[in-house]
Design a protein around this ligand. Structure first.
Ligand code: CP
Length: 309
């Protein structure tokens, strides 16, 4: 099996179906053990820089706690630290890699992550970019496996903007052999390169991936219904236009009623209640959003142990 030790995790396509299965097994085992066993500190003496160039609650806190619980030292850097004062990416990385063993970076352009990864000799983990959100999708796959008992053959629907979550869910579903229908308006499709990568993986795993325009046909018979904000960070000026554009894709009780019996609702949060999801759905028994948020911690602990060895 290809190992992830020393790998950058920039899109999720760094995984194979085998490494994803190993990751899920490890995350589940570590989560179970964390509730009962003594401290597990395989990364004692290591350190991880967590660089947040966009706001974050879940990712920032769960990474800091994950690093600490694994015995390593987290170093949190925000605006005004790395990449400020005109310092080059290369100089920044060449300095940071003398201090820390891994970089966790939340930023805007995927190209900046790629530049950071190219300059750094230590692993770089994408903590969200405009293109991809691999850590969130790892937590989502862990959550779906817990709730549905499997991933292969599960039918998932993603509604709304073809954004970083849609791009990464396509790759994650393909790796897991999970069927995913993305329902989004024309002009808001996932990135063509993400679709291409996901379809290539799906040819091997048998996952069925579709992009449709009708929200009702997207959720018909789905075991899992997923949505995300319609206005991602950096798109605030387009908010009113986006609310109008995506309104037919709002996950409300009527839309959920077309999903399979026992379907779950997922959202990576923060939610814009009344926009992409109604209170009735996100507060319903079908909603697993807080379990999903908790799994950010367990997923990132497993990821860090796989990447740092
Ligand atoms: N889901 C997620 O990435 O949350 P934060 O933006 O709060 O980190």
């Amino acid at each position: 099996m290809q190992q992830l030790i020393g790998s950058d995790i920039l899109t999720l396509a760094e995984f194979t179906p085998q490494t994803l299965a190993a990751f899920l097994e490890r995350a589940s085992a570590q989560k179970r053990a964390a509730k009962t066993a003594a401290a597990f500190r395989p990364l004692a003496g290591r350190s991880v820089a967590i660089i947040m160039l966009k706001p974050s609650l879940r990712t920032r806190v769960s990474f800091e706690i994950a690093v600490t619980k694994l015995g390593a030292t987290p170093v949190i850097l925000g605006e005004g630290s790395a990449f400020s004062r005109g310092e080059s990416v290369r100089d920044t990385m060449k300095v940071l890699e003398r201090y820390v063993d891994c970089i966790v970076l939340r930023t805007f352009a995927q190209s900046q992550l790629e530049e950071v990864a190219a300059c750094a000799s230590i692993p770089v983990i994408n903590a969200l970019s405009d293109g991809y959100h691999p850590c969130q999708v790892l937590a989502d796959l862990l959550t779906i496996q817990e709730k549905k008992g499997k991933l292969a053959g599960v039918r998932a629907a993603y509604l709304g903007d073809g954004n970083n979550m849609a791009n990464t869910l396509l790759i994650g579903a393909a790796l897991a052999g999970m069927n995913l229908t993305v329902g989004c308006p024309e002009g808001s499709d996932p990135l063509p390169e993400a679709v291409e990568v996901a379809r290539a993986i799906a040819r091997a795993t048998g996952a069925r991936l579709e992009i449709v325009r009708d929200p009702h046909s997207a959720v018909a018979g789905a075991d899992v219904v997923i949505t995300d904000t319609w206005t991602s960070m950096g798109e605030e000026a387009e908010h009113d236009m986006r609310v109008q554009r995506f309104a037919p894709f709002r996950v409300d009780a009527a839309l959920m009623s077309g999903a399979a019996p026992g379907a779950i609702f997922m959202h990576c949060l923060p939610a814009h209640r009344g926009e992409e999801v109604t209170d009735e759905v996100i507060d319903s028994p079908a909603s697993v959003v807080y379990d999903e948020a908790e799994n950010r911690l367990h997923a990132q602990k497993a990821l860090l142990t796989m990447v740092l060895g």
